[in-house]
Design a binder for this molecule. Structure first.
Ligand SMILES: *[C@@H]1O[C@H](CO)[C@@H](O)[C@H](O)[C@H]1NC(C)=O
Ligand SMILES: *[C@@H]1O[C@H](CO)[C@@H](O)[C@H](O)[C@H]1NC(C)=O
Ligand SMILES: *[C@@H]1O[C@H](CO)[C@@H](O)[C@H](O)[C@H]1NC(C)=O
Ligand SMILES: *[C@@H]1O[C@H](CO)[C@@H](O)[C@H](O)[C@H]1NC(C)=O
Ligand SMILES: *[C@@H]1O[C@H](CO)[C@@H](O)[C@H](O)[C@H]1NC(C)=O
Ligand SMILES: *[C@@H]1O[C@H](CO)[C@@H](O)[C@H](O)[C@H]1NC(C)=O
Ligand SMILES: *[C@@H]1O[C@H](CO)[C@@H](O)[C@H](O)[C@H]1NC(C)=O
Length: 309
Protein backbone atom coordinates (compact mmCIF):
# COMPACT_ATOMS: atom_id res chain seq x y z
CA UNK A 1 0.00 0.00 0.00
CA UNK A 2 1.47 3.32 -1.06
CA UNK A 3 1.97 6.00 1.56
CA UNK A 4 1.73 8.83 -1.01
CA UNK A 5 -1.79 9.97 0.01
CA UNK A 6 -0.63 10.19 3.61
CA UNK A 7 2.45 12.17 2.63
CA UNK A 8 0.14 14.53 0.76
CA UNK A 9 -2.00 14.81 3.87
CA UNK A 10 1.05 15.60 5.94
CA UNK A 11 2.19 18.22 3.42
CA UNK A 12 -1.27 19.81 3.63
CA UNK A 13 -0.83 20.30 7.38
CA UNK A 14 0.22 24.00 7.02
CA UNK A 15 -2.76 24.50 4.70
CA UNK A 16 -5.14 23.02 7.28
CA UNK A 17 -3.57 25.23 9.92
CA UNK A 18 -4.14 28.40 7.93
CA UNK A 19 -7.71 27.44 6.97
CA UNK A 20 -8.60 26.70 10.58
CA UNK A 21 -7.08 30.00 11.71
CA UNK A 22 -9.56 31.79 9.42
CA UNK A 23 -12.55 30.02 10.93
CA UNK A 24 -15.03 32.40 12.59
CA UNK A 25 -15.02 32.44 16.39
CA UNK A 26 -17.49 30.06 17.99
CA UNK A 27 -20.50 31.79 19.61
CA UNK A 28 -19.46 30.24 22.93
CA UNK A 29 -16.46 32.58 23.00
CA UNK A 30 -18.70 35.64 23.14
CA UNK A 31 -18.49 35.86 26.89
CA UNK A 32 -21.15 37.22 29.09
CA UNK A 33 -19.81 38.75 32.29
CA UNK A 34 -19.29 35.79 34.61
CA UNK A 35 -21.09 37.57 37.44
CA UNK A 36 -24.12 38.77 35.46
CA UNK A 37 -27.33 38.27 37.46
CA UNK A 38 -30.16 36.24 35.82
CA UNK A 39 -32.25 39.31 34.91
CA UNK A 40 -29.19 41.12 33.53
CA UNK A 41 -29.20 43.80 36.25
CA UNK A 42 -29.88 44.25 39.95
CA UNK A 43 -33.01 46.25 40.84
CA UNK A 44 -31.60 49.49 42.32
CA UNK A 45 -34.49 49.58 44.83
CA UNK A 46 -33.18 46.44 46.56
CA UNK A 47 -30.33 48.45 48.00
CA UNK A 48 -31.51 52.03 48.52
CA UNK A 49 -31.46 53.10 44.87
CA UNK A 50 -34.14 54.41 42.55
CA UNK A 51 -35.39 54.27 38.94
CA UNK A 52 -35.59 58.07 39.03
CA UNK A 53 -32.59 60.38 38.77
CA UNK A 54 -32.13 63.34 41.10
CA UNK A 55 -32.34 66.76 39.53
CA UNK A 56 -31.25 69.85 41.48
CA UNK A 57 -33.31 73.00 41.86
CA UNK A 58 -36.64 71.61 40.68
CA UNK A 59 -39.96 73.09 41.74
CA UNK A 60 -41.24 71.53 43.83
CA UNK A 61 -37.94 70.20 45.12
CA UNK A 62 -36.92 66.58 44.68
CA UNK A 63 -38.22 65.76 41.19
CA UNK A 64 -36.39 63.22 39.02
CA UNK A 65 -36.26 61.82 35.51
CA UNK A 66 -37.01 58.20 34.59
CA UNK A 67 -34.29 55.63 33.95
CA UNK A 68 -36.24 54.10 31.08
CA UNK A 69 -33.70 51.92 29.22
CA UNK A 70 -31.27 49.28 30.52
CA UNK A 71 -28.48 47.69 28.50
CA UNK A 72 -28.49 44.28 30.15
CA UNK A 73 -25.42 42.57 31.58
CA UNK A 74 -26.44 39.46 29.62
CA UNK A 75 -25.18 41.32 26.52
CA UNK A 76 -21.76 40.48 25.06
CA UNK A 77 -19.19 41.74 27.55
CA UNK A 78 -17.34 43.80 24.90
CA UNK A 79 -20.43 46.02 24.46
CA UNK A 80 -20.52 46.78 28.20
CA UNK A 81 -17.02 48.31 28.23
CA UNK A 82 -17.22 52.12 28.21
CA UNK A 83 -14.96 52.76 25.21
CA UNK A 84 -15.18 53.30 21.46
CA UNK A 85 -12.61 50.67 20.41
CA UNK A 86 -13.13 46.91 20.38
CA UNK A 87 -16.84 47.36 19.65
CA UNK A 88 -17.42 48.92 23.08
CA UNK A 89 -20.34 50.95 24.41
CA UNK A 90 -19.49 54.21 22.60
CA UNK A 91 -19.18 52.37 19.27
CA UNK A 92 -22.53 50.70 19.95
CA UNK A 93 -24.14 54.12 20.61
CA UNK A 94 -22.66 55.37 17.31
CA UNK A 95 -24.22 52.38 15.51
CA UNK A 96 -27.69 53.83 16.16
CA UNK A 97 -26.90 57.50 15.70
CA UNK A 98 -25.82 58.71 19.15
CA UNK A 99 -22.47 60.32 19.94
CA UNK A 100 -20.64 62.15 22.73
CA UNK A 101 -21.23 65.84 23.31
CA UNK A 102 -20.45 68.62 20.82
CA UNK A 103 -16.66 68.91 20.38
CA UNK A 104 -16.16 67.05 23.66
CA UNK A 105 -17.62 69.95 25.67
CA UNK A 106 -20.01 69.03 28.47
CA UNK A 107 -23.05 71.28 28.42
CA UNK A 108 -26.30 70.90 30.28
CA UNK A 109 -26.82 70.14 33.92
CA UNK A 110 -25.65 67.05 35.76
CA UNK A 111 -28.07 64.58 37.28
CA UNK A 112 -27.32 62.02 39.93
CA UNK A 113 -28.58 58.43 40.10
CA UNK A 114 -28.29 55.69 42.72
CA UNK A 115 -28.20 52.24 41.13
CA UNK A 116 -28.13 50.47 44.50
CA UNK A 117 -24.61 49.21 43.86
CA UNK A 118 -23.09 50.81 46.95
CA UNK A 119 -21.81 53.93 45.18
CA UNK A 120 -24.77 56.01 46.36
CA UNK A 121 -25.80 58.93 44.14
CA UNK A 122 -23.34 59.61 41.31
CA UNK A 123 -23.39 62.09 38.43
CA UNK A 124 -23.99 60.57 35.01
CA UNK A 125 -20.97 58.98 33.31
CA UNK A 126 -21.67 61.15 30.25
CA UNK A 127 -24.41 62.81 28.21
CA UNK A 128 -24.94 61.27 24.77
CA UNK A 129 -26.88 63.05 22.03
CA UNK A 130 -28.57 62.17 18.75
CA UNK A 131 -26.03 62.99 16.04
CA UNK A 132 -28.37 63.78 13.11
CA UNK A 133 -26.33 61.44 10.90
CA UNK A 134 -23.03 63.19 11.62
CA UNK A 135 -20.99 61.52 14.41
CA UNK A 136 -18.47 64.40 14.46
CA UNK A 137 -20.59 67.56 14.56
CA UNK A 138 -24.22 66.34 14.71
CA UNK A 139 -24.41 66.52 18.49
CA UNK A 140 -23.63 70.27 18.27
CA UNK A 141 -26.89 70.60 16.33
CA UNK A 142 -28.67 68.61 19.05
CA UNK A 143 -27.29 70.92 21.75
CA UNK A 144 -28.69 73.99 19.95
CA UNK A 145 -31.83 72.69 18.24
CA UNK A 146 -32.78 70.06 20.79
CA UNK A 147 -33.59 66.43 20.11
CA UNK A 148 -33.02 63.04 21.61
CA UNK A 149 -30.39 62.56 24.30
CA UNK A 150 -29.62 60.47 27.34
CA UNK A 151 -27.51 60.32 30.48
CA UNK A 152 -26.09 56.96 31.55
CA UNK A 153 -24.69 55.23 34.63
CA UNK A 154 -22.98 51.84 34.96
CA UNK A 155 -24.02 49.50 37.78
CA UNK A 156 -20.54 48.61 38.97
CA UNK A 157 -20.31 49.17 42.73
CA UNK A 158 -19.30 46.16 44.80
CA UNK A 159 -22.81 45.67 46.27
CA UNK A 160 -24.37 45.06 42.83
CA UNK A 161 -21.62 44.73 40.26
CA UNK A 162 -23.71 43.63 37.25
CA UNK A 163 -22.03 45.85 34.64
CA UNK A 164 -25.49 46.78 33.26
CA UNK A 165 -25.84 50.28 31.80
CA UNK A 166 -28.81 52.41 32.90
CA UNK A 167 -30.04 55.18 30.56
CA UNK A 168 -32.32 58.15 31.31
CA UNK A 169 -33.58 59.07 27.83
CA UNK A 170 -35.53 62.25 26.98
CA UNK A 171 -36.26 64.54 24.02
CA UNK A 172 -35.45 68.16 24.67
CA UNK A 173 -36.73 71.38 23.12
CA UNK A 174 -34.27 73.83 21.48
CA UNK A 175 -31.81 75.70 23.70
CA UNK A 176 -33.89 78.91 23.47
CA UNK A 177 -36.65 77.16 25.41
CA UNK A 178 -34.24 76.24 28.20
CA UNK A 179 -33.97 72.59 27.13
CA UNK A 180 -37.39 71.72 28.47
CA UNK A 181 -38.69 68.27 27.52
CA UNK A 182 -41.31 67.91 24.76
CA UNK A 183 -44.83 66.61 25.46
CA UNK A 184 -44.60 62.85 26.28
CA UNK A 185 -40.86 63.35 25.77
CA UNK A 186 -39.59 60.60 28.11
CA UNK A 187 -41.69 57.82 26.56
CA UNK A 188 -41.25 59.04 22.97
CA UNK A 189 -37.48 59.51 23.35
CA UNK A 190 -37.14 55.97 24.73
CA UNK A 191 -39.11 54.59 21.81
CA UNK A 192 -37.28 56.60 19.12
CA UNK A 193 -34.00 55.34 20.59
CA UNK A 194 -35.29 51.75 20.56
CA UNK A 195 -36.65 52.28 17.02
CA UNK A 196 -33.16 53.33 15.90
CA UNK A 197 -31.29 50.65 17.88
CA UNK A 198 -33.45 47.90 16.37
CA UNK A 199 -33.57 49.52 12.90
CA UNK A 200 -37.37 49.66 12.71
CA UNK A 201 -38.89 50.89 9.44
CA UNK A 202 -41.87 52.34 11.30
CA UNK A 203 -42.14 54.12 14.65
CA UNK A 204 -42.39 52.06 17.82
CA UNK A 205 -46.10 52.60 18.75
CA UNK A 206 -45.69 54.25 22.16
CA UNK A 207 -49.37 54.19 23.12
CA UNK A 208 -49.72 50.47 22.32
CA UNK A 209 -46.72 49.15 24.25
CA UNK A 210 -47.37 46.71 27.09
CA UNK A 211 -45.33 44.62 29.51
CA UNK A 212 -43.65 42.05 27.24
CA UNK A 213 -43.65 43.90 23.87
CA UNK A 214 -40.48 43.00 21.93
CA UNK A 215 -38.45 44.42 19.02
CA UNK A 216 -35.18 43.34 17.47
CA UNK A 217 -32.86 44.35 14.66
CA UNK A 218 -29.30 45.05 13.59
CA UNK A 219 -27.10 48.14 13.45
CA UNK A 220 -23.41 48.59 12.63
CA UNK A 221 -20.50 50.97 13.05
CA UNK A 222 -16.76 50.71 12.55
CA UNK A 223 -17.02 47.18 11.19
CA UNK A 224 -19.01 45.84 14.16
CA UNK A 225 -22.52 44.51 13.56
CA UNK A 226 -24.79 44.48 16.61
CA UNK A 227 -27.95 42.46 17.16
CA UNK A 228 -30.25 44.22 19.64
CA UNK A 229 -33.23 42.44 21.21
CA UNK A 230 -35.54 44.58 23.32
CA UNK A 231 -38.29 43.70 25.74
CA UNK A 232 -40.46 46.32 27.43
CA UNK A 233 -41.07 45.55 31.09
CA UNK A 234 -43.33 47.13 33.71
CA UNK A 235 -43.03 47.04 37.48
CA UNK A 236 -39.87 49.12 37.93
CA UNK A 237 -41.00 52.65 37.06
CA UNK A 238 -44.49 53.83 38.04
CA UNK A 239 -47.04 54.83 35.41
CA UNK A 240 -47.39 58.38 36.73
CA UNK A 241 -46.53 62.06 36.52
CA UNK A 242 -45.94 62.30 40.26
CA UNK A 243 -42.38 63.18 41.20
CA UNK A 244 -41.34 63.56 37.56
CA UNK A 245 -39.28 66.57 36.39
CA UNK A 246 -41.18 68.77 33.88
CA UNK A 247 -44.37 66.89 34.77
CA UNK A 248 -46.58 69.86 33.77
CA UNK A 249 -45.39 69.98 30.16
CA UNK A 250 -44.45 66.32 29.56
CA UNK A 251 -47.65 64.80 30.93
CA UNK A 252 -51.02 66.35 30.10
CA UNK A 253 -54.58 65.56 29.19
CA UNK A 254 -54.60 62.03 30.60
CA UNK A 255 -51.13 61.07 29.40
CA UNK A 256 -48.77 60.37 32.28
CA UNK A 257 -45.26 61.81 31.97
CA UNK A 258 -43.95 58.27 32.53
CA UNK A 259 -45.87 55.22 31.25
CA UNK A 260 -44.07 52.85 33.62
CA UNK A 261 -42.25 50.80 30.96
CA UNK A 262 -38.49 50.21 30.88
CA UNK A 263 -36.91 48.95 27.62
CA UNK A 264 -34.47 46.12 28.38
CA UNK A 265 -31.82 45.77 25.65
CA UNK A 266 -29.81 42.61 25.09
CA UNK A 267 -26.98 43.21 22.61
CA UNK A 268 -24.79 40.69 20.78
CA UNK A 269 -21.89 41.38 18.42
CA UNK A 270 -22.59 39.44 15.21
CA UNK A 271 -19.53 40.54 13.24
CA UNK A 272 -16.23 42.14 14.21
CA UNK A 273 -13.70 43.72 11.85
CA UNK A 274 -10.83 41.39 10.89
CA UNK A 275 -8.16 43.26 12.85
CA UNK A 276 -7.75 45.48 15.87
CA UNK A 277 -10.20 43.63 18.04
CA UNK A 278 -9.99 41.35 21.03
CA UNK A 279 -12.29 39.01 19.09
CA UNK A 280 -9.57 38.08 16.62
CA UNK A 281 -7.27 36.85 19.36
CA UNK A 282 -10.12 34.74 20.77
CA UNK A 283 -10.66 33.44 17.25
CA UNK A 284 -7.02 32.35 17.04
CA UNK A 285 -7.25 30.60 20.41
CA UNK A 286 -10.37 28.83 19.25
CA UNK A 287 -8.75 27.83 15.96
CA UNK A 288 -5.85 26.28 17.84
CA UNK A 289 -8.04 24.27 20.18
CA UNK A 290 -10.26 23.08 17.30
CA UNK A 291 -7.13 21.81 15.52
CA UNK A 292 -6.57 19.20 18.18
CA UNK A 293 -9.08 16.62 16.80
CA UNK A 294 -7.69 17.16 13.27
CA UNK A 295 -4.20 16.49 14.64
CA UNK A 296 -5.32 13.25 16.34
CA UNK A 297 -6.99 11.99 13.13
CA UNK A 298 -3.86 12.75 11.07
CA UNK A 299 -1.55 10.95 13.52
CA UNK A 300 -3.88 7.91 13.56
CA UNK A 301 -3.94 7.78 9.76
CA UNK A 302 -0.16 8.11 9.62
CA UNK A 303 0.28 5.26 12.16
CA UNK A 304 -2.13 3.11 10.14
CA UNK A 305 -0.20 3.89 6.94
CA UNK A 306 3.13 2.94 8.56
CA UNK A 307 1.55 -0.23 10.01
CA UNK A 308 0.13 -1.41 6.67
CA UNK A 309 3.12 -0.27 4.56
C1 LIG B 1 -27.09 69.30 43.98
O1 LIG B 1 -27.15 70.12 45.12
C2 LIG B 1 -26.44 69.60 46.23
C3 LIG B 1 -26.71 70.51 47.42
O2 LIG B 1 -26.50 71.85 47.07
C4 LIG B 1 -24.96 69.52 45.87
O3 LIG B 1 -24.24 68.97 46.95
C5 LIG B 1 -24.80 68.62 44.65
O4 LIG B 1 -23.45 68.62 44.24
C6 LIG B 1 -25.66 69.12 43.50
N1 LIG B 1 -25.61 68.16 42.42
C7 LIG B 1 -25.48 68.50 41.14
C8 LIG B 1 -25.49 67.37 40.17
O5 LIG B 1 -25.38 69.63 40.75
C1 LIG C 1 -21.87 66.26 40.36
O1 LIG C 1 -21.47 67.38 39.61
C2 LIG C 1 -21.63 68.62 40.33
C3 LIG C 1 -21.31 69.72 39.37
O2 LIG C 1 -22.24 69.72 38.31
C4 LIG C 1 -20.72 68.61 41.54
O3 LIG C 1 -20.92 69.80 42.27
C5 LIG C 1 -21.07 67.41 42.42
O4 LIG C 1 -20.16 67.31 43.48
C6 LIG C 1 -21.03 66.12 41.61
N1 LIG C 1 -21.58 65.04 42.44
C7 LIG C 1 -20.92 63.92 42.68
C8 LIG C 1 -21.61 62.90 43.50
O5 LIG C 1 -19.79 63.71 42.24
C1 LIG D 1 -34.73 57.59 15.08
O1 LIG D 1 -34.40 58.73 15.87
C2 LIG D 1 -34.80 59.96 15.32
C3 LIG D 1 -34.31 61.07 16.26
O2 LIG D 1 -34.79 60.90 17.56
C4 LIG D 1 -36.32 59.98 15.15
O3 LIG D 1 -36.72 61.17 14.53
C5 LIG D 1 -36.75 58.79 14.31
O4 LIG D 1 -38.17 58.74 14.26
C6 LIG D 1 -36.24 57.51 14.95
N1 LIG D 1 -36.62 56.36 14.11
C7 LIG D 1 -37.41 55.39 14.57
C8 LIG D 1 -37.69 54.28 13.61
O5 LIG D 1 -37.89 55.39 15.68
C1 LIG E 1 -52.58 50.86 18.36
O1 LIG E 1 -53.47 49.78 18.32
C2 LIG E 1 -54.72 50.13 17.74
C3 LIG E 1 -55.65 48.95 17.90
O2 LIG E 1 -55.00 47.77 17.50
C4 LIG E 1 -54.50 50.52 16.29
O3 LIG E 1 -55.71 50.90 15.70
C5 LIG E 1 -53.53 51.70 16.24
O4 LIG E 1 -53.23 52.01 14.89
C6 LIG E 1 -52.25 51.36 16.98
N1 LIG E 1 -51.44 52.58 17.09
C7 LIG E 1 -50.21 52.62 16.62
C8 LIG E 1 -49.49 53.93 16.83
O5 LIG E 1 -49.66 51.68 16.07
C1 LIG F 1 -44.35 41.54 33.09
O1 LIG F 1 -44.22 40.35 32.36
C2 LIG F 1 -43.31 39.43 32.94
C3 LIG F 1 -43.20 38.28 31.99
O2 LIG F 1 -42.65 38.70 30.79
C4 LIG F 1 -43.81 39.00 34.28
O3 LIG F 1 -42.88 38.13 34.88
C5 LIG F 1 -43.98 40.23 35.17
O4 LIG F 1 -44.56 39.85 36.39
C6 LIG F 1 -44.85 41.25 34.49
N1 LIG F 1 -44.83 42.46 35.28
C7 LIG F 1 -45.90 43.02 35.76
C8 LIG F 1 -45.69 44.23 36.61
O5 LIG F 1 -47.02 42.59 35.54
C1 LIG G 1 -54.28 69.55 26.51
O1 LIG G 1 -55.61 69.85 26.09
C2 LIG G 1 -55.85 71.25 26.02
C3 LIG G 1 -57.32 71.45 25.72
O2 LIG G 1 -57.70 70.63 24.63
C4 LIG G 1 -54.96 71.87 24.94
O3 LIG G 1 -55.16 73.24 24.89
C5 LIG G 1 -53.50 71.58 25.31
O4 LIG G 1 -52.67 72.03 24.27
C6 LIG G 1 -53.27 70.11 25.52
N1 LIG G 1 -51.92 69.91 26.01
C7 LIG G 1 -51.06 69.12 25.40
C8 LIG G 1 -49.68 69.07 26.00
O5 LIG G 1 -51.35 68.45 24.43
C1 LIG H 1 -50.64 54.10 32.06
O1 LIG H 1 -51.81 54.64 32.65
C2 LIG H 1 -52.71 55.18 31.69
C3 LIG H 1 -53.85 55.88 32.39
O2 LIG H 1 -53.71 55.90 33.75
C4 LIG H 1 -53.22 54.08 30.80
O3 LIG H 1 -54.08 54.60 29.82
C5 LIG H 1 -52.02 53.41 30.10
O4 LIG H 1 -52.46 52.30 29.35
C6 LIG H 1 -50.99 52.95 31.11
N1 LIG H 1 -49.81 52.54 30.36
C7 LIG H 1 -49.22 51.36 30.53
C8 LIG H 1 -48.04 51.08 29.68
O5 LIG H 1 -49.60 50.56 31.34
Amino acid sequence: MSSTPFLLLLLSWPFLLSVSALAPPAPALRHKRSNSPPLGFYDPRNNGGSWLTQVNDTFPAGLGEPINVVLLATSDSAVLVDQENNGGLRNYFLSFGFAGECLGQHSGSDQEANLGDGHGYLNETAVIRYDYGDPTLGTCKETVEGGNHFRYWIQSGSSADSGAVFLAVSYELPEQFGHDIIFNGYNLARDWLIGNATAQSTLVPTSNLTNGTTFSGQTSYGGYVYQTSVQYVSGYLSNTSNGINHYLSVGANGTNAVDGLVAMMNVKILTSPASGSTKSSSARLHAQSSLFPTFVVLISMLSAALFFA
